[in-house]
Design a protein around this ligand. Sequence first.
Ligand SMILES: [Zn+2]
Length: 86
Amino acid sequence: MLMCRDLAVIASDYIDGELTGRQNLSVKMHLMMCKACRTFIGNLRASTELMQAHSSGHPNEDLLRRIDQQVAEALRTRKSRSGDQE
Ligand SMILES: [Zn+2]
C-alpha cells in the first residue's frame, strides 16, 4: 500500500505522467482515500503547470495567437457592419 511519503516521492512523476500503470493506479487509490495528498497533488500540479508555462520559451504564444484572432475577428465584424470594403 502506498504511503503518503511514498506518494510525495513520486508525485512529480505522477503529474508528468511518467509512472507505470501500476504506480499510477496506486497513486489514484491513495488519493481517493487521502485528502491531504489530494491537496498536495493539486497544489503541486498547479505550480508545475505554472512553471512549465513560464519555462517553455513561448509562454503566451497560444494566448497571443488567440488574442490576435479575436482582434482580427472583431475588426472584420466591425468593418462588415460599417460597410467597409477592406
Ligand atoms: Zn496521503
